[in-house]
Ligand binder design. Structure first.
Ligand SMILES: [Zn+2]
Ligand SMILES: [Zn+2]
Length: 191
């Protein structure tokens, strides 16, 4: 395991195929998508699984900084946009986990797996992860340049005080109900 992969595993909590996906994606971006240090890198992810943790740990694209944008498409696709030159690349992780692995994984998570199958599952999983770590880029990644409108910057909104719970909230998240301006949380309770 190299230092990068170690760092991603540390952040995520365990080594799994998803972390390896994010590690390979991050490594590719670092090596093939040159940009100056002060240019902000924005990542648009199309899933919210383990792989995204590696991107956060290794490329510094995080929700907190507003340079990680989540789209709920359920795909292992990652689009990177550099605010400096406006060039974007889209990476799709195309390596297939084997059918046998998928079947065993289903049984594994349902707790229906036998001792023998569990061993088989773990061996297969290790083998696949190792392959994902070692495979050449073109075998596991589809990469292309894409045209993309510049993603919005994190916007700052004034804050208001909720007339129900008294807590401050971002103006844009406010609702009115029963003659009061309230936060979303209170709104949902007052419906
Ligand atoms: Zn994981
Ligand atoms: Zn409230």
């Amino acid at each position: 395991m190299d230092d990068e992969l170690k760092k991603a595993v540390e952040f995520h909590g365990h080594l799994c195929p998803g972390i390896v996906i994010g590690y390979r994606v991050s490594k590719y971006v670092r090596e093939h998508y040159p940009r100056s240090e002060d240019e902000e890198l924005v990542c648009i992810v199309e899933n919210n699984s383990c792989s995204v943790d590696a991107v956060q740990a290794l490329l510094g694209c995080t929700f907190g900084k507003g340079n990680l944008i989540y789209k709920d498409y359920g795909k292992q696709t990652f689009t990177f946009y550099s605010r400096g030159d406006g060039k974007a690349i889209r990476l799709y992780f195309k390596a297939d986990l084997s059918k046998r692995m998928d079947k065993l994984r289903g049984r594994y998570f349902q707790g229906k797996i036998t001792g023998e199958e569990k061993k088989e599952f773990e061996a297969l999983r290790d083998q696949i992860m190792q392959h994902m770590i070692d495979a050449p880029d073109n075998e596991i990644l589809d990469v292309r340049e894409v045209d993309l409108p510049e993603p919005n910057k994190a916007r700052i909104f004034p804050s208001l005080k909720c007339q129900e719970c008294g807590e401050g909230f971002m103006e844009i998240c406010g609702r009115t109900i029963k003659g009061k301006v309230v936060c979303k949380e209170c709104y949902e309770k007052m419906l």
